[in-house]
Design a protein around this ligand. Sequence first.
Ligand SMILES: Cc1cc2nc3c(=O)[nH]c(=O)nc-3n(C[C@H](O)[C@H](O)[C@H](O)COP(=O)(O)OP(=O)(O)OC[C@H]3O[C@@H](n4cnc5c(N)ncnc54)[C@H](O)[C@@H]3O)c2cc1C
Length: 293
Amino acid sequence: MEARAGDGARALLRVLRDLPGEVCPEEPLAPHTTFRIGGRAAALYRPPTADALVEAVVRARSHGFPWLLLGGGSKVLVPDRGFPGLVLSTAELRSWREEDGVLVAGAGVPLSRVARWGGWKLAGIPGTVGGAVTMNAGTRYGSIGEQVLWVRALLPDGRVRTFAPVECGFAYRDSLFRRLRLPVLSVALRPDRRGDLAPLLAERARTQPLDLPSAGCVFRNPPGQSAGWLIDQAGLKGARIGDAVVSERHANFICNLGHARARDVLELVDLVQDRVVSRFGVRLRLELEVVGA
Ligand SMILES: Cc1cc2nc3c(=O)[nH]c(=O)nc-3n(C[C@H](O)[C@H](O)[C@H](O)COP(=O)(O)OP(=O)(O)OC[C@H]3O[C@@H](n4cnc5c(N)ncnc54)[C@H](O)[C@@H]3O)c2cc1C
């Protein structure tokens, strides 16, 4: 059934009407996330260029619309009620240039392509370059921040600025771009170890529930501890609310068995946090990005 555009969608369509590319009113967001959960956005826009993305964000800000960047949607939980503003998908920003061994990639380039190019440690992480830099995605072998030479991002005043690595504030699954909500437009990376990705991909297939929708690790590892181990030891593998379940294969994953709602996931998050606190006295913090939280 075709969704009728509500007031928010109509206002956004008006504000963005002369921009290039597609604006989809009342777009369901679940298919744009690896969790396959969540309601509709008032509108989803896929800017074909970084300039169009900048212009859309500037206009959304000046008209007071809530807005949100979406890469591969592999770290987000969208609420059941959806998002009452503009979702900007970076899917079309796939520019790719190699110069003197340095890769300059648009925010929407799939991370898998970077892993094959020269980011061995990133093998198997879904999503985009922009999302990975924002989250400082990585594995126990290292994070993408270690490869960054510069990042071009949009400032709150509408200017685009190039950030040197020391200015990016990279930390464990965190960056300045995440903390200040600065849209990442493009990134320059130096190659890291090049190697056979197959063993890393096989290890993931063995240890992660890749057959079910999820958003990867739900909780951050507390300093010196493994969130997955704490959840497992608290007896929570298989704990289920609605169609949201703590994975039997990897306790730090919550999976969608088919029709999980965001509410189910959030109730399960509360249950896990409460049980881990009462068993170990450790409060697990979310790594999952809950939209609008
Ligand atoms: C099966 C599975 C395994 C995973 N394994 C790992 C792992 O080993 N290591 C790891 O670190 N992560 C892992 N993840 C999580 C996720 O893949 C990474 O965090 C990834 O880098 C997110 O990228 P994305 O493009 O999907 O971001 P999204 O989920 O689209 O967005 C994540 C956050 O970044 C923001 N964002 C997205 N793009 C931009 C941009 N261009 N500019 C500014 N902000 C932006 C969003 O608004 C949101 O707040 C896994 C996820 C899954 C489903």
